[in-house]
Design a protein around this ligand. Structure first.
Ligand SMILES: Cc1cc2nc3c(=O)[nH]c(=O)nc-3n(C[C@H](O)[C@H](O)[C@H](O)COP(=O)(O)O)c2cc1C
Length: 161
């Protein structure tokens, strides 16, 4: 039990304790996926409460990878400044914050993305809903989108992705 309160490190990231807020979608980002004061407030409260590491909710790396409403996004450079505000607020405490980067793929919401979800194949999975089978090139494009998202996260001051 007491170990929970001991400092530790993950790959060089120093943590004040072993409490981790697991990635949890809050539905508090703006409609375009940008960070809002409300989202910043809840994160700051968690940090002030003493949690060692915050993992943000899943942030979509490309617009066609949005899974749900008011989900955090990391698909364009314009979001970096606001996210830097968030990481600075967290770094004023002893907490660390990493960004969960994601593309919902087959589980993207066509009502939000305006297009058919992308999938690896036409093989029926959880449902029979329509999906577009990706080409190898399209898969590589998504890999690149993750790379760009990771670079944005670094520029925004996150401790990791
Ligand atoms: C409302 C809600 C939103 C969640 N959002 C995410 C998410 O964005 N990313 C993720 O990896 N897991 C997400 N999860 C899963 C949680 O992080 C967690 O793994 C799950 O609730 C199981 O944790 P537990 O065993 O402590 O209940 C979400 C769960 C809930 C209930």
């Amino acid at each position: 039990m007491f170990k929970l309160f001991e400092a530790t490190a993950i790959n060089g990231m120093q943590l004040a304790n072993r409490f981790v807020r697991s990635a949890t979608w809050e539905g508090m980002a703006a409609e375009d996926g940008s960070c809002t004061p409300r989202l910043m407030e809840i994160m700051t409260k968690l940090a002030r409460g003493g949690v060692g590491l915050i993992i943000t909710s899943h942030a979509y790396v490309r617009k066609d990878g949005q899974a749900g409403v008011l989900q955090l996004g990391i698909y364009k450079d314009e979001f970096i400044d606001d996210l830097r505000g968030l990481t600075s607020a967290i770094h004023n405490t002893s907490s660390r914050i990493v960004l969960q980067i994601a593309h919902a793929g087959y589980f993207a919401n066509p009502k939000l993305t305006g297009q058919m979800p992308l999938a690896l194949s036409q093989v029926e999975g959880y449902s029979k809903s329509p999906r577009k089978e990706m080409t190898m090139e399209e898969i590589q494009d998504i890999v690149k989108a993750f790379g760009h998202a990771a670079r944005r996260s670094k520029e925004a001051g996150f401790d990791g992705v």
